[in-house]
Design a binder for this molecule. Structure first.
Ligand SMILES: [Zn+2]
Length: 448
């Protein structure tokens, strides 16, 4: 595969406008040398001798950051093809993901930040990618060992005893790591009071706004009774604001759940580059009633995100690839579109996947195009700062100064992945589900 430009010498990338993560500059060029941005200058000030790469009518953005991904090798080139130059892995076995983080530079992959395994309670939900914790002492050891391995953050999961959280957060912070959590029955506010820095998927909000809710999961947000919780939602949003916890709602995942139940509206374009075994493991039968409830749940989730935005709660862009079959790269643009519908301006949405994400992750070298930044950027046709495109026309992705065309990246033969942790996990969940269905089929008593 050919690179359009290597990182030898000075290269000037320009389009109609440059968004540097904060400001929009018209007719400017991003000067790159040695994989680093050296300056952003007016186009007529580009030094003679610089190689020039100009795309008329396009906008240059900092490379996008997807803050919620479960990495598998096949995803790498696809992320880059859609301008995602950094991902944060939110759950994989520690050694496996540290090894992948160590090799991204040699691959056509985004740079990888990682959190190691998902720290869960004694009976973990995703046993292949979790580290189970039986008691507080075990949980503190898990935090310490994960943090000391040099991860970029630590992730807590639904099965942890809420009483352990203050100690676990303290241990995280003692290692200068941020603590992020997929909350559930214990609620988000309790995690926030314990000092957790970020919560995923809006899970746990249900426990805060609707105590005693009927059994079910995020789809309960689509029930008519959920609307009656609006006053309480406002109060919870106020408390979230006060507690300074960051939200990563992964609306693209919510969006996937109504689409996946319609049978066909995931669309061939969305799944074009997804391995067929992934589709087989995650596909669910069409169910119009459940699909409609999930669609309303997504709207309710967007309303709640709107309440957070009104209160200036930090909200980051994360897709949850590949859960719900959300496709790598493309789904982050969908996330931005959904965040814009929830109340962000297009510029704020792009910041949620660039400068704001980098600030939360403690990586001032990413998400910006200023002198000293990593030369990670995406050249997209038109002006996404006016409206987030449903189908972005990416002309080029630049990573550490090396430029790629999406069509070349999408033609990369996917690495084998069937023995990777999340492949094993998805296959196990699938076999359990199929096994249950088969058992029900054989035993009429159980089919009711
Ligand atoms: Zn996830």
């Amino acid at each position: 595969m050919k690179n359009l430009f290597t990182d030898d010498g000075l290269v000037a990338f320009s389009g109609t406008r440059v968004f540097d993560g904060k400001r929009t500059l018209m007719d400017h060029a991003v000067l790159v040398e040695g994989g680093i941005v050296s300056a952003v200058v007016p186009r007529d000030s580009v030094p003679t001798g610089a190689k020039r790469c100009h795309e008329d009518g396009c906008t240059i953005l900092p490379g996008l950051i997807d803050t919620h991904v479960h990495f598998m090798r096949w995803q790498g080139p696809q992320f880059l093809a859609f301008g995602v130059t950094t991902i944060r892995d939110t759950g994989n076995p520690l050694k496996w993901i540290l090894d992948r983080r160590g090799e991204w530079e040699k691959k056509r992959w985004p740079r990888i930040l990682c959190m190691g395994p998902i720290l869960d309670g004694p009976v973990p939900e995703h046993e292949v990618v979790c580290r189970p914790c039986g008691d507080l002492a075990g949980a503190l050891t898990a935090v310490r060992e994960t943090a000391e391995a040099g991860v970029d953050g630590v992730k807590f999961y639904v099965g942890l005893d809420p009483d352990w959280l203050p100690g676990m957060v303290k241990e995280c912070h003692a290692h200068e790591c941020r603590a992020s959590m997929h909350c559930a029955g214990g609620g988000v506010l309790r995690a926030a009071r314990a000092g957790v820095d970020e919560f995923f998927h809006l899970d746990g909000i249900l426990a805060d706004v609707w105590p005693g809710h009927p059994p079910g999961w995020l789809d309960l947000w689509g029930m008519p009774d959920f609307r009656r919780t609006l006053d309480r939602q406002r109060g919870v949003a106020d408390d979230i604001r006060t507690s300074c916890i960051t939200a990563t709602p992964t609306l693209a995942y919510w969006d996937s759940q109504w689409r996946i139940r319609t049978g066909d509206s995931l669309g061939p374009e969305n799944l074009r580059y997804t391995p067929s075994s992934m589709i087989e493991w995650q596909a669910v039968p069409p169910d119009p009633v459940s699909s409609e409830r999930w669609r309303r749940a997504l709207c309710a989730a967007q309303t709640f995100v709107g309440l957070l935005l009104e209160r200036e709660v930090p909200v980051l862009a994360g897709s949850d690839v590949p859960c719900g079959l959300v496709p790598p790269g493309r789904s982050l643009w969908r996330e931005l579109e959904l965040l814009a519908e929830a109340g962000m301006s297009p510029t704020q949405a792009i910041c949620a996947a660039t400068s704001a994400a980098a600030a939360f992750l403690g990586r001032p070298d990413l998400g910006r195009l200023t002198p000293g930044s990593a030369a990670d950027m995406v050249l997209v046709r038109g002006n996404p700062l006016d409206a987030i495109p449903s189908s972005p026309d990416i002309l080029m992705t630049v990573q550490r100064g090396v430029a790629y065309r999406p069509e070349d990246l999408l033609a990369v033969q996917a690495d084998s992945f069937v023995d990777e942790p999340w492949a094993v996990q998805f296959r196990r969940h699938y076999e359990k589900r199929i096994g249950r269905q088969a058992t029900r089929g054989k035993n009429p008593k159980m089919s009711n």
